[in-house]
Design a protein. Structure first.
Length: 422
């Protein structure tokens, strides 16, 4: 998963948009149904080519439908453009949302229920957790998950071999390895050190390893021993000088490892394609995230983008059918193309991973498939206010005060927030 998830904080204003829809006039009977599809992927990139092919196929089978794809610059998409469009009633018929943003749209009543577009066979093919993450309390599936970016510890095999260091399995081993591998020109380890949804995202599995969470049974849990332990872990690597505090690019960019800027990198499997293609001469390995101790459970977090149909669209059924044609095909061919050709990601559909050995059983992907795939838990969906409190807590713990005080202060704020939401 990339740092794109930082956008979760800008959708606060969506909570009041339940009645907003598109302002387009109803099409005359002899006019085509027009659908707008917004996303942030680069024009002429793998994703864009995938969409163009799917649009062409759908329009051929449905000649009364015209789909216009808009590739919005990522900063605009994750900035205010999408929120502003819904505010003004001109939101697209189809768009993409992350776990960090989907809750805002759900609260605004924007997603169109998609459960009727899942055949029994396709629904069973999806991992249970991936569907639960986009299902509301009434059982409506409000988005279509399409990918899973699994977080792991990537490392430079040659650098570890030079120091006779084995890939770390525990937190202490990771701290020691990062310190030994630090030089004047290279960081020992890189993880996200700036505030945002991506930083919150990376912290999640370290809590789950301890069977804990930010919020437990609807109650704030930020001052728990488990949260404080994780904050201390990250702070230790900052204080001992091994953490990369000034990465040359976003900390979620695997090029930091590929370009020898760091020896260890905590990041997502979305970077595997770049490592195999752009940095194929580098000797890179990957292991599950280190745990508090070897007896703790292996668990990682899965991020990724889901496709959402606007319930306020003039033509939600046609929009839903288009999404269905892209990702809910019974044979999974389109999903396979999306996850293995347009990009590299782990599909939430089991048949895709099992049926594409060339993609998932070679090079680094094989290591992930064998060691990490299957231990994932979907990224938590949090409100912007919850995410902000957690983000402040992490930043304060790392740079301003002690982990204990940061956690205590955040606990009070979260308790007030959760109480106000009842």
């Amino acid at each position: 998963m990339k740092k794109l998830l930082l956008g979760c904080l800008i959708f606060i204003g969506l909570s009041g948009l339940g009645g907003c829809g598109k302002n387009n006039k109803v099409a005359e009977s002899d006019e085509k149904i027009k659908l707008e599809f917004w996303n942030f992927w680069s024009k002429d990139g793998g994703e864009d080519k995938f969409f163009k092919a799917r649009i062409k196929d759908f329009e051929k089978k449905n000649p009364n439908v015209k789909i216009t794809q808009s590739n919005i610059p990522v900063d605009d998409y994750m900035g205010t453009k999408l929120a502003t469009a819904f505010t003004s009633g001109t939101g697209p018929d189809i768009f993409v949302a992350s776990p960090g943003t989907i809750g805002n749209f759900i609260n605004a009543g924007i997603p169109y229920p998609m459960e009727d577009y899942f055949s029994d066979e396709v629904r069973k093919d999806y991992s249970k957790a991936s569907l639960e993450a986009v299902t509301d309390k009434d059982g409506h599936i409000l988005a279509v998950p399409t990918e899973q970016d699994l977080v792991a510890l990537f490392y430079d095999k040659d650098l570890l071999a030079e120091k006779n260091i084995t890939p770390p399995e525990t937190w202490n081993e990771m701290v020691d390895a990062a310190k030994q591998l630090t030089t004047d020109k290279r960081a020992g380890i890189t993880f996200e050190v700036t505030k945002g949804a991506f930083q919150n995202f990376l912290l999640m599995p370290f809590l789950w390893q301890q069977n804990s969470n930010f919020i437990v049974d609807g109650k704030a849990n930020l001052d728990s021993p488990e949260v404080i332990k994780v904050l201390k872990l990250w702070k230790t690597m900052i204080d001992n000088g091994s953490a990369n505090l000034k990465p040359s690019r976003g900390a979620g960019d695997v090029g930091i490892l590929g370009d020898d800027e760091t020896a260890l990198w905590i990041g997502g499997t979305v970077g595997i394609r770049a490592l195999n293609d752009e940095f194929k001469d580098r000797n890179i390995g990957v292991v599950p995230l280190p745990k508090p101790d070897k007896s703790a459970k292996d668990v990682t977090v899965a991020g990724g983008w889901s496709f959402v149909v606007n319930s306020k669209s003039e033509h939600p059924k046609e929009a839903a059918k288009f999404v269905q044609s892209m990702f809910l095909d019974k044979d999974g061919k389109n999903s396979t193309k999306w996850n293995t050709e347009a990009k590299f990601s782990y599909s939430p559909r089991k048949s895709v991973v099992e049926g594409a050995p060339k993609a998932y059983q070679q090079n680094l992907a094989k290591e992930v498939t064998d060691q990490i795939y299957g231990t994932e838990v979907p990224e938590l969906t949090m409100s912007p206010e919850e995410s902000d409190i957690i983000g402040d807590m992490i930043q304060n713990a790392l740079f301003s005060t002690t982990p204990e005080k940061a956690a205590t202060d955040a606990q009070k704020k979260m308790e007030i927030l959760l109480q106000s939401e009842k």
